[in-house]
Structures are given as C-alpha cells and as structure tokens.
Design a protein around this ligand. Structure first.
Ligand SMILES: NC(=O)c1ccc[n+]([C@@H]2O[C@H](COP(=O)([O-])OP(=O)(O)OC[C@H]3O[C@@H](n4cnc5c(N)ncnc54)[C@H](OP(=O)(O)O)[C@@H]3O)[C@@H](O)[C@H]2O)c1
Length: 345
C-alpha cells in the first residue's frame, strides 16, 4: 500500500488516490499562525494538510491554498486536503451541510478526504446542555458519507478515533469501505492490532499526534487546567538513536511510524520543525532499531490524546466555543471533571 522510493512517499487509498505519507497537522494552530505556516509549508513541499471544522482554521488554510492556486504555483490535483465531520454532525441530515460549510471555509469544490471525527455525537438535552451521545447510528451516518463521494464533494471517506470493533461493524455494513483511519499512534501507543486489521482490510492508517502531542501541556494550561503529558521526544532511546543517525528525536519517531506503512501528520508552525518533520523519508531505521522502538509500546496506557466529548467546551457560557485556540480564549475556572478528563482533536 506504501510507495516509498523517494522522499515523496505516498499511501494508496482504495479509490486509487495517492496520499502523501507525511502531511501537516493543524490542530491548535491559530488563524494568524496558520496563514504564515501554510505559506512556509507549501514552500517546503508539504502537499497533504489535515484540518477539521473544530480546529477553526479552515479559512486561513483555504485562503493560502487558493492564493497559491490563483498564482499558478500549485494545481488543485497536487494537493491532498482532509477535513472532518464534528460530533454535532453525527445525525442524519447533518453530514452534507457540515461538509458544505467546510468547503465554503476552505474555498474548495471538494476535499480529498472527509473523516468522521469521532465515533460519538454531541446532542442537546431538555435543558439545552450539550451531552455526549454514545448511541450514534454509524451505519446511517456512513450512508450519508458514501453519498458525499457519489456527488463528488469528497474523493475519499474515512473514520477517526474508531475502535477495531466499530470499524469491523462498519466494514460489514457499508457500500464504500472506509479508506482511511486516523488515530493516535506513536511509540507509546502503537495500536498494532488495529493497524494490522485496517491494513488487512485495505484501510490506510494515518497517525495523529505522531510525536505524542508535546504541546498538550501548554494547551491545557491555556484553559487553566493542569495536566502534564510525557515528553516522548526526551526518551533516552530516541535521543540515543537521534545521535547515532544524525537526526532528531522527532525524525526517529516519525520514521518509525512511516516505515511501518502508516502516514503521519505532525503539527508544527515553526519553519525549522516543519522542515525537519518532512525529512523522514530519505533514511531508514535498521530492523533491530525498529524492534527496539516497537518495544516502547505501552498499549492503551500509552494513549495521550484520548477522545473525549468536549461537551465542557460546547457548554462554555462565556461565548462561542473555541475548541482549539486556548490562547485566544482562556477559561477562568476549572472543575473536577476537566481535571480528570482527557482530550483529543
Ligand atoms: N482525529 C483526531 O481526533 C486528532 C487528534 C489529535 C491530532 N489530530 C491531528 O494530528 C495532528 C498532529 O497531532 P498533535 O497536534 O496532537 O501533536 P503532534 O503532531 O504529535 O505534536 C505537535 C507538537 O509538537 C511540536 N513539534 C512539532 N514538530 C516538532 C519537532 N520536530 N521537534 C519538537 N517539537 C515538535 C509542535 O510545536 P510547534 O508547532 O511549536 O513546532 C506541537 O506542540 C493535529 O495537528 C491534527 O491535525 C487529529
């Protein structure tokens, strides 16, 4: 499924489209940062961009992509743009309107891939409070996802944060198989069984938070929440290998994932780190080093950015929920459930 002969390796989706194995993640990148970062990323050679309506940055991303296309510096068919159906869209009749809204934000006629962002929905109860809905009818939603391919609004469809059981059930009950799973994956949380299942069913896998999301501690503190996530980039094995290969710890970690045939979408708005993250296709880890890195897997206890409903953000009385830009919207108080909850994007 993976073609990696050059530093432009791709993963082939079941619709025949080739997706660059390294893309740019954009969660937590605010509008201003995003515009500058997009120009830089395109100049560096990024062609695969991952966003979501929840990230509130589709507009700056679309603005820069359209500017480059208008200038004749890039063609639409050279780009691979992914966005996602939010939990509030997990209801019949809401799927196409949400994609149309994203397309309007991105100023595009179609996206290359539309993903169901998470398996659960968010709905409002009698008191108009946002609550998590774990009873979403995945088959009904998937039929509407398939219709988006039929009418050309997206080339590919997939899922994100779904479990093996949820994917297996969808595979049995679909007309168009999911073409991609986006899921948290890094040395501490390698999801070997899930990846094997997907690859065995022609579903490509893209690792989100492929560096272990080291910016999460700061992200939480922007909401006034104290939560320390482990910094995987400082693991002794990674720093030792980085020295030995004359690479950085981030490059070793990304290479380990890509070498297993899984795509990566590291987020960075720093030109230096964006460049570094793209340069992981021109070297190879030995089998022995691959095994050493694979042995760091901690199973589910290694998960860092676990999906949560984000109803606490939806319920924020102080204004429009700003899911991904804490520096623009600081919460003034915390409560127990926030402190104990995990996150995702
Ligand atoms: N589907 C989902 O539910 C879901 C969940 C999580 C993430 N995602 C997607 O996956 C993308 C990546 O995940 P993520 O943003 O959680 O985390 P990540 O890519 O693992 O880590 C990003 C963090 O690492 C820093 N960084 C980037 N490159 C680095 C390098 N070479 N050396 C040192 N630090 C580096 C970034 O800071 P700087 O910007 O300052 O470089 C940022 O703080 C997201 O942006 C989003 O597009 C999707």
């Amino acid at each position: 499924m993976m073609s990696s002969s050059s530093n432009r390796a791709t993963l082939e989706l079941s619709n025949g489209v080739k997706m660059p194995a390294v893309g740019l993640g954009t969660w937590q990148a605010t509008s201003g940062d995003m515009t500058t970062a997009m120009h830089e990323a395109l100049s560096l050679g990024y062609r695969h961009f991952d966003t979501a309506i929840l990230y509130e940055n589709e507009r700056p991303i679309g603005g820069v992509l359209n500017y480059w296309m208008e200038q004749g510096r890039i063609r639409r068919d050279e780009l691979f743009v992914t966005t996602k159906l939010p939990p509030t869209g997990m209801y019949p009749g809401k799927v196409e309107p949400y994609l149309r809204k994203s397309l309007e934000n991105l100023m595009l006629d179609y996206v290359d891939m539309y993903l169901v962002h998470c398996p659960n929905g968010i709905k409002r109860d009698e008191e108009n409070t946002a609550v998590e809905d774990t009873q979403v009818d995945h088959v009904a939603i998937w039929k509407e996802m398939e219709a988006l391919v039929d009418c050309g609004l997206t080339k590919a469809i997939g899922i994100s944060n779904f479990s093996l059981e949820q994917i297996a059930s969808l595979v049995k009950n679909c007309r168009i198989r999911p073409m991609n799973l986006q899921t948290e994956l890094h040395v501490y949380f390698q999801q070997k069984e899930l990846v094997e299942f997907c690859h065995g069913h022609g579903i490509t896998v893209v690792a989100c938070s492929p560096l272990g999301s080291p910016g999460l501690t700061a992200f939480y503190s922007g909401y006034g929440v104290v939560k320390n996530v482990p910094n995987l980039l400082e693991l002794p094995l990674l720093t030792e290998m980085a020295k030995r290969y004359d690479r950085t710890a981030a490059q070793i970690m990304l290479r380990h994932t890509v070498q297993k045939g899984v795509g990566v979408i590291p987020k960075s708005t720093s030109p230096k780190r964006m460049k570094e993250n793209l340069e992981v296709l021109d070297f190879e880890l030995t089998t022995e080093d691959m095994e050493k890195l694979s042995a760091l897997d901690m199973g589910t206890s290694g998960q860092i950015t676990k999906w949560e409903s984000w109803t606490w953000v939806e319920n924020d009385p102080s204004g429009t929920p700003s899911h991904h830009a804490p520096q623009e919207k600081k919460r003034t108080s915390t409560n127990k459930s926030e402190e104990t909850s995990s996150t995702s994007s």
